[in-house]
Design a binder for this molecule. Structure first.
Ligand SMILES: NC(=O)c1ccc[n+]([C@@H]2O[C@H](COP(=O)([O-])OP(=O)(O)OC[C@H]3O[C@@H](n4cnc5c(N)ncnc54)[C@H](OP(=O)(O)O)[C@@H]3O)[C@@H](O)[C@H]2O)c1
Length: 260
């Protein structure tokens, strides 16, 4: 299988499928079909992409240029075994934390197309700014994937499964955990009828500063200052939030260790 990719099938209709489908379409790649387990979600995406819809593996378009598996990590292994696409088609998954070889043995051409960003259907994201990590089972497929990736993003990187999985782990810690800490803060504020919005300028500056001067240099707060009295007071204030209190203690200890 050679040549430029100009048609795609999207398997899945969740957050990634939604954004990827629309961005591919905007970039001149025709999404010919959406496949999804649940008809409601799948049809909605297919209609908005002017693509066909199927919920039956047997009815998958056989000759699309590329097949994106944009489904939950845990389902990839099972769903991929049901696929009935031609052996020479290019099949990729979009997961940061899943080895490329999980989808081997289905077609001769396979790889990974991982956008390193957090996606939710209701949020607009500019795909051109997103790092796209590509991997393939041979150099020819890697070239084709890179070419495709460059039509949707200016930041394309070749990366093997091991490094990608480390990057994904780091992304979970930096992004998903930060978000959860904001959710913890929101809980505490809500109980006193205080607005989370008050923290917005602080959070925006925290992220900007970490990338401007390094997170080590950017660290402020009672733990890095060694203000143990205040930390004890905070932990006492957290007595009705035992899990958040434990997180406070663990992170404070780690800030102190990083400092030394
Ligand atoms: N969201 C992100 O920020 C992000 C970023 C980068 C990469 N990714 C990767 O993109 C992939 C999809 O993530 P997502 O956020 O788009 O997920 P999502 O919004 O939760 O959507 C999950 C999709 O998988 C389908 N699915 C789930 N379990 C299934 C099963 N057992 N059999 C068949 N289909 C099943 C769902 O079908 P139904 O509609 O029928 O439920 C839905 O289409 C994952 O590999 C994820 O790691 C996500």
């Amino acid at each position: 299988m050679t040549g430029e990719i100009d048609t795609a099938v999207i398997l899945g209709a969740g957050n990634i499928a939604w954004h990827l489908g629309h961005f591919l379409s905007k970039s001149g790649i025709t999404v010919v079909q959406v496949y999804n387990r649940s008809r409601e979600h799948g049809k909605k995406l297919a209609i908005s992409l002017k693509a066909d819809f199927t919920d039956t593996a047997d009815k998958l378009e056989k000759n699309a240029g590329i097949y994106f598996l944009a489904i939950s990590d845990d389902a990839i292994k099972t769903v991929v075994k049901q696929l009935t696409i031609s052996k020479d088609r290019l099949l990729v998954h979009t997961a940061g934390g899943v080895d490329m070889n999980v989808i081997s043995g289905i077609t001769e051409n396979y790889g990974v197309f991982y956008p390193l960003q957090t996606f939710s259907k209701e949020r607009h994201v500019d795909f051109t700014q997103i790092p796209l990590l590509v991997e393939a089972n041979n150099t020819e497929n890697l070239g084709r994937l890179k070419q495709l990736a460059l039509t949707v993003s200016r930041h394309v990187y070749e990366m093997g499964s091991e490094d990608r999985m480390i990057l994904h782990l780091a992304a979970v810690i930096a992004s998903n955990f930060s978000n959860h800490l904001i959710a913890c803060a929101e809980n505490i504020l809500k109980d006193r009828k205080l607005a989370l919005e008050m923290l917005k300028p602080l959070m925006v500056e925290t992220v900007a500063k970490a990338f401007a001067v390094t997170p080590g240099k950017a660290q402020t707060g009672p733990a890095v200052r060694g203000n143990f009295k205040l930390m004890e007071k905070h932990m006492a204030m957290l007595r009705s939030y035992p899990e958040i209190k434990e997180i406070y203690r663990l992170i404070s200890d780690n800030i102190i260790k990083f400092k030394n």
